[in-house]
Ligand binder design. Sequence first.
Ligand code: ZN
Length: 358
Amino acid sequence: MNEEVQSEQMIEKCNEKQHHERYSRQELFAPFGREGQNKLINSRVLVIGAGALGTGVAETLARGGVGHLTIVDRDYVEWSNLQRQQLYNEEDVRQRLPKAVAAQKRLQAINSEINVEIHVMDAGIDELDVLIENTDLVMDATDNFDTRLIINDMSQKYGIPWIYGGCVGSYGITYTFIPGKTPCLNCLLGEVPLGGDTCDTAGILPQAVQMVTANQTMEAFKWLSGNYDAMRKKLLSFDMWRNEYTSIGVDLARNPNCLSCGADRTYPFLNAANNDRSEVLCGRDTVQIRPARKKEWDLELTAKRLRGLNQGKVEHNPFLISFQLDTHRMVIFKDGRVLIHGTKDKAEAKTLYHRYFG
Ligand SMILES: [Zn+2]
């Protein structure tokens, strides 16, 4: 045997040993076992959002050995994120890294055996339609019901389950939607109090986030490892500050005439006509504007043009440009989106957008 082949085999053996050691404590858990672990390794999970919930969910799934994680997020790391968004650090803020980029870096450092695919973009109908293909499970880590209703219709259309999570203050809520087995989100809206998830200024405590992600990822482990019977069938909500924990059966909420999951379904939330190109971001003094047609900005050129205006402070990295102009800050992403900070007024935001970006 020549030396090269021998050393290759040694590396393989070493990797195999490392691989089994890594997951040994999960494999020892009887209902899971080696078989459950192997199923996890061969799974593909889509995580929508890389904020508080998304970073918690992604870290547990990556450490647990989910073989392929796809993460989509539209934002970049800021100081106010560090208190609870567990994958990020101060350097990510200084570099103004997109969350998906910073998350990928950290997750691959934690587990280099898995694939972490990232997309820095807004998860709209067209984007999700592509991303959801070949996915075993969708993890909701968004902060708004517009996106959740798109995920819900998509889940029904392709028969892929999704795990809802939400939190605000010390309150959290989670439920697992399985097409054909449970009611869908559209059935539950109006029937069950899904509050606590609204756009407000109630703040958020990290423990509430961790409680939600612990429950979301436990359900993910059960589903992906084929342990359907072990799954929690109820909607769980809690307020950790008030020491209140509630579990509600919602099976009766399933509506046979539901437009998302009923017999005559039309998937109303996959209709692009319902989509506005601008939106006020939850809990932030910020409006996001999406380009009418898909285009990639040449950031280098755009930064040069903005600097040439001599009107504000321009900073840029390979992923985005930050343009500070009086009380407004505009952040331009490569995919054409612009975040206008310092306003909740869509009209004002659109004026600024058209003035500087056509
Ligand atoms: Zn429904």
